[in-house]
Design a binder for this molecule. Structure first.
Ligand code: CTP
Ligand code: K
Ligand code: MG
Length: 181
């Protein structure tokens, strides 16, 4: 498969996992998931992981996946790439996995003494990818193995950090985010 085709495919299948984190930034606020609880003197997750951000992020990602399903045929023929549709379980698994990965990273940040907003290079850029792919595999193994070839996964591992750094810098410049990571 041509490289460009693989890049388009990787971007397409990951869009429902990319958007939730940005939606959560816009929607965040309200009650933190950990309810303010601490563990060994540190917050379990911190004020940056809220019920509202998580719910809205997941919902926006799932809505996007449904939207992509509706246009997969048209976009695919316009780009001459065979674009997959997302099974219903994956429609939820990709965005929810992205949120769960981000939450897991915050849990690890707090355990390693990093305050809310602290950078955790590497983890910040890939946490959501790892868990969204894991959940997608768990809910639809056949679809996953057919769609996520080694080439697609390699492209995802390369383009995700670049996209993540780029969008967060933009969000920071626009004043939507407190830190540029
Ligand atoms: N957010 C949210 N719920 C989530 C994820 C994010 O409400 N599940 C919102 C919060 O307002 C958060 C902002 O999005 O402050 C930015 O997200 P992120 O950078 O992941 O959180 P941080 O505040 O940096 O906290 P942490 O150090 O725990 O990552
Ligand atoms: K984060
Ligand atoms: Mg942050």
């Amino acid at each position: 498969m041509a490289v460009l085709e693989t890049v388009v495919l990787a971007f397409w299948v990951m869009l429902p996992a990319y958007v939730p984190n940005n939606a959560a930034v816009l929607a965040g606020g309200g009650r933190p998931i950990d309810g303010g609880r601490t563990w060994n003197g540190k917050r379990v997750l911190g004020d940056g992981k809220t019920w509202r951000g998580t719910a809205v992020g997941t919902a926006v990602g799932a809505a996007l996946a449904l939207g992509l399903n509706a246009v997969a045929g048209d976009v695919g023929s316009a780009l001459s790439v065979d674009l997959p549709t997302f099974p219903l379980a994956v429609v939820v698994a990709l965005p929810f996995g992205a949120m769960l990965g981000d939450i897991t990273a915050s849990f690890l940040k707090r355990r390693t003494g990093r305050e809310r907003g602290a950078a955790f290079p590497g983890v910040d850029q890939l946490d959501f990818v790892v868990v969204s792919l894991l959940l997608a595999f768990l809910v639809a193994p056949d679809w996953f193995l057919e769609t996520f070839t080694l080439g697609v996964i390699a492209v995802i591992v390369i383009i995700t950090p670049v996209l993540h750094v780029g969008t967060n810098m933009i969000a920071y410049q626009l004043g939507l985010k407190d830190e540029p990571w």
